[in-house]
Design a protein around this ligand. Structure first.
Ligand SMILES: [Zn+2]
Length: 351
C-alpha cells in the first residue's frame, strides 16, 4: 500500500512540475508573440498546416471513392440516396413523388398537370448519379413504397366504391369547386403541394367527424404551436430542399387525428387525417373504434401561420386527407380530375 501511495504522490508531483513548466512556457511564448518575426512564422506554419489538411482531404475522398465496395464507402452512397429518400417519402405528401416515380418506371400519363415544375428539376439530378455508380449494392436505410399513382379512371373507380361508406368530415363549406382548397393545389410557402381538402368554417366551434368507420391510430391533442420564427425556419429549409420534409408537414398539422379504415377489397388500405384541430375530442383514444359521423374534435387553425402568432381565431378550417395505399386520393391528377374524384367520393354523403 505504501509503495502505491508513494508512487501516486510521485506521479502527482510529476504532473505539478510539468504543469508549472507548461505555464511558464506559455507565458514566455505569449511574450515573444510581440515579435513580428515570430508572428509571421506562426502564420506561415498555420498556412502550411491548412494546405496539408486540404491535400489530405482530397486524397482521402479519392481513395474513399475507389474503395466503394467496402461498407465504409457505401454509407456515403446511402447518404446520397437518403437525400432522395426524404423527397420520396415526402412524395406521398408532396410533389417529389411525381419527381421520383417517373424517374423510375417511366413517365406516368396521369400526373402531368399541376405539380411537375418543382419536380421536373429534381429527376435529372437524381437520375444522373444513379447510372454512374459502378455497382456497389447500397444498403437501403429507408423503405419507400415505390408506388405508381392511379390513373384518373382508377381514382374515380376507387372514389365510387368508397362513396357508399363516406360522409362529409365536417359541416363546414364544401370546397369542391375551389381548386386552391383541394389536393394538388400548390403550397408555395412550403415548396410543396396540398394533399388534402380544406373545409373552411370561418368560426370556431364546428366539429370534425369521422368520414368512414374505422379505428383511431394517431391522436395529437397537445400540440404546441411553434414560435413564428421557428416556423419560418422550417419553411426556409423546405424552400432550400424544394420539398416539404415529412416531419415538417406533421408539424404543420397542429392537433390532428388519423383514422385507419382498414383494407377495402380491390381498393386498398384507406386512412383519413383530420388536421388543424383546435381540440381533439377527449373520447378519441388510439386503438378505439370510431363510427362514421362520430366527433373527432373541434375544427381550428392550429399549426397555421396565424396560430404561430398566437391568433387561434383566424381562418379555422378542417384540413382533411384520404389516403389509399399510402398515396393521397387524387395524387398526380389535374385540378378538374381531382374535383371529379372528390365529388364522386362524396356523392352519396348526406348533407
Ligand atoms: Zn389544407
Amino acid at each position: 500500500m505504501k509503495k502505491i501511495r508513494h508512487g501516486l504522490r510521485a506521479i502527482g508531483r510529476g504532473f505539478a512540475v510539468s504543469f508549472r513548466w507548461l505555464g511558464t512556457w506559455i507565458v514566455k511564448g505569449l511574450r515573444s508573440l510581440r515579435s513580428v518575426r515570430v508572428l509571421l512564422s506562426i502564420a506561415a506554419l498555420a498556412a502550411a498546416f491548412g494546405i496539408g489538411i486540404l491535400i489530405s482531404q482530397i486524397w482521402w475522398s479519392d481513395s474513399a471513392d475507389d474503395a466503394s465496395s467496402t461498407s465504409q464507402a457505401s454509407s456515403p452512397q446511402t447518404g446520397s440516396s437518403t437525400t432522395s429518400d426524404p423527397a420520396a417519402t415526402d412524395g406521398d405528401p408532396s410533389p417529389d413523388t411525381s419527381a421520383n416515380l417517373p424517374a423510375d418506371p417511366g413517365a406516368t400519363s396521369g400526373e402531368s398537370d399541376s405539380n411537375e415544375e418543382p419536380a421536373a428539376a429534381n429527376p435529372p439530378d437524381d437520375a444522373d448519379p444513379a447510372p454512374a455508380v459502378p455497382g456497389p449494392d447500397p444498403t437501403p436505410v429507408v423503405v419507400v413504397l415505390d408506388q405508381k399513382p392511379p390513373t384518373y379512371e382508377e381514382a374515380l373507380a376507387v372514389a365510387a366504391a368508397l362513396a357508399p361508406h363516406t360522409i362529409y368530415p365536417s359541416e363546414c363549406n364544401s370546397p369542391l369547386n375551389n381548386p386552391d382548397l383541394m389536393p394538388n393545389a400548390p403550397r408555395a410557402y412550403r415548396s410543396g403541394i396540398h394533399q388534402g381538402v380544406d373545409f373552411q368554417c370561418f368560426t370556431l366551434g364546428r366539429s370534425a367527424v369521422a368520414a368512414l368507420d374505422g379505428r383511431v391510430v394517431l391522436a395529437v391533442g397537445n400540440y404546441q404551436d411553434p414560435d413564428s420564427d421557428d416556423r419560418d425556419e422550417l419553411l426556409d429549409i423546405a424552400e432550400t430542399l424544394r420539398a416539404t420534409p415529412p416531419f415538417t408537414l406533421l408539424n404543420l398539422y397542429g392537433n390532428y387525428v388519423v383514422i385507419d379504415h382498414g383494407v377495402f377489397q380491390f381498393l386498398g388500405h384507406v386512412v383519413t387525417v383530420y388536421a388543424h384541430l383546435h381540440e381533439v375530442d377527449p373520447d378519441i383514444r388510439v386503438g378505439e373504434r370510431i363510427q362514421a359521423g362520430q366527433r373527432v374534435g373541434e375544427i381550428g387553425n392550429r399549426g397555421t401561420h396565424a396560430a404561430a402568432n398566437g391568433d387561434f381565431y383566424v381562418d379555422p378550417h378542417l384540413h382533411w386527407e384520404i389516403h389509399i395505399d399510402n398515396l393521397y386520393l387524387g395524387a398526380g391528377l389535374s385540378a378538374g380530375q381531382t374535383r371529379e374524384v372528390y365529388t364522386t367520393l362524396f356523392s352519396e354523403a348526406p348533407r
